[in-house]
Design a protein around this ligand. Structure first.
Ligand code: AMP
Length: 360
C-alpha cells in the first residue's frame, strides 16, 4: 500500500488556469496546501492556491523551487514540456507520469500508442508536405481532418476536407510548416467522453460517460447520462482502463470518443488531466473529478464515482458569462466562475451544471 501524504503536505500544480483552480480548491478541502507554477500573475489557480511561482513552465529556477516546495507535483494541461516534467521527477514524484504527457502531446504518437494497445482510432497519415497530404487525401477519398501534431486544442490548428479532389498546393505551409496528421473524416453519431482515475496501487474507477456537443471546436455542453447503450458505456470504460494500465497512470484522465452508428467507438484523444467534460461531477457526484485526481496523486483511496443526479453542464464562453446572474436564479443549478477579468471571445469564463433527479 502507498502511504498517503498527510494533510498539510503541498501539492504542486503546473499551470494556473481554471483546471488548476479547481484542483487547488479540491486539495484545500482535503487539507493540502497548493503551489502553482504559472507565468501569468493572478491567474485563476493562484487566486485560490496558497502560493504562486510566477515563472515559465520550463524555467529551471521556477521548476527547482516548485520541486523544493512540493511533496508531489501534478499538472493541469498536457503541453507541459516533457523535459521539465522529467527534470522535476528527479526531485519529487510527478503524477500522472511524464510518459502520459509524451503520448498525449503528439497526435501521431497518441494514435500509435492507442492502436498499439488494441484501441481503435480514426485512420491517419503523417503529413510533412503538400505531396504527403495529396496522397493521404486520396487514400481517404478526399475527406479528412488535417491537424497539427502538437499544440492543438479546442479545434485550433485544424482544417476539414470534404470530397476534395482539387490540387493540393499550400495547406502545409498555411498550417505553419509543422508536422501534421490527416485523420480520416469520422461520420460519428455522437461524441462521448469518460473520466477515469487510477491510483498507484492500480485501483481504478470511472464516472458515467458524458455526451458532448462542440461549437466552433470548443466544448459547449456535456450531458449525463449519454444516450448510448450499456455495452457502449462498458466499452468506453474498458478502453479508459486499458489506457490507464498501459501508462502505469496515477490520477484522472479524460478520454474522448467518437460513437459510430451501431455503437462502435473510436478514441479521438486522451487528456492526461482533469477534463472540461468532467466538470459536471462537481455538481452531480459526491466526489468530483478534481477531488478524485487529488486523492490519487497524494496516495489516498479513490472516492465513489457514483452519480446522485442526471445533469447537463454548459460552458460560459466569452461574454456568455454575463448570463451568470440570471442562471443563479435557477435553484437546481451549480455555477462556477473562473475569476478571469477579461471576457475575450472564445475564452472559457465559467460553467454551470443543471441537475435533476436520476431518470426524471
Ligand atoms: P479535437 O481538437 O481533435 O478534439 O477536435 C475538435 C472537434 O473536431 C472534435 O470534437 C470533433 O467534433 C471534430 N473532429 C475532430 N477530428 C475529427 C475527425 N477525424 N472526423 C470528424 N470530426 C472530427
Amino acid at each position: 500500500m502507498t502511504v498517503p501524504l498527510a494533510p498539510g503536505a503541498t501539492v504542486g500544480i503546473v499551470g494556473g488556469g481554471q483546471l488548476g483552480r479547481m484542483l487547488a480548491m479540491a486539495a484545500a478541502r482535503l487539507g493540502y496546501s497548493t503551489v502553482v507554477l504559472e507565468p501569468r500573475a493572478d491567474c485563476p489557480a493562484a487566486q485560490v492556491a496558497n502560493r504562486q511561482l510566477v515563472a515559465a513552465y520550463d524555467d529551471s529556477e521556477g521548476l527547482a523551487e516548485l520541486a523544493r516546495l512540493s511533496d508531489v507535483v501534478t499538472y493541469e494541461f498536457e503541453n507541459v514540456p516533457v523535459v521539465a516534467a522529467i527534470r522535476l521527477a528527479d526531485e519529487v514524484p510527478v503524477l500522472p507520469p511524464p510518459k502520459a504527457l509524451e503520448v498525449s502531446q503528439d497526435r501521431l504518437a497518441e494514435k500509435r500508442f492507442l492502436n498499439g494497445i488494441g484501441i481503435a482510432t480514426a485512420g491517419f497519415r503523417a503529413v510533412e508536405s503538400d505531396l504527403d497530404l495529396a496522397a493521404a487525401l486520396s487514400d481517404f477519398g478526399g475527406n479528412g481532418v488535417l491537424k497539427t501534431c502538437r499544440m492543438g486544442y479546442d479545434g485550433k490548428g485544424q482544417r476539414v476536407f470534404r470530397d476534395f479532389d482539387g490540387e493540393v498546393d499550400g495547406p502545409f505551409a498555411a498550417m505553419g510548416g509543422v508536422p501534421l496528421i490527416l485523420e480520416s473524416f469520422v461520420a460519428f453519431e455522437r461524441e462521448i467522453s469518460i473520466i477515469a482515475a487510477r491510483t498507484a496501487n492500480g485501483a481504478m474507477s470511472s464516472y458515467d460517460p458524458a455526451q458532448n456537443v462542440h461549437r466552433n471546436g470548443i466544448l459547449h455542453s456535456s450531458t449525463v447520462p449519454a444516450r448510448i447503450e450499456t455495452a457502449t458505456a462498458e466499452a468506453a470504460r474498458a478502453a479508459a482502463f486499458a489506457i490507464l494500465d498501459a501508462l502505469d497512470y496515477v490520477g484522472v484522465i479524460g478520454v474522448e470518443f467518437f460513437a459510430l452508428p451501431g455503437g462502435a467507438l473510436l478514441v479521438n484523444e486522451i487528456a492526461p488531466r482533469v477534463h472540461n467534460s468532467g466538470h459536471w461531477t462537481e455538481a452531480a457526484c459526491a466526489v468530483s473529478q478534481f477531488e478524485q485526481h487529488i486523492r490519487a496523486v497524494v496516495g489516498l483511496p479513490l472516492g465513489s464515482a457514483g452519480r446522485h443526479s442526471d445533469c447537463v453542464m454548459e460552458n460560459l464562453i466569452g461574454d456568455e458569462v454575463e448570463r451568470a446572474p440570471l442562471l443563479l436564479a435557477e435553484p437546481e443549478l451549480v455555477l462556477h466562475l473562473y475569476g478571469k477579468a477579461e471576457a475575450r471571445p472564445g475564452r472559457k469564463m465559467g460553467h454551470f451544471t443543471r441537475i435533476r433527479p436520476i431518470g426524471s
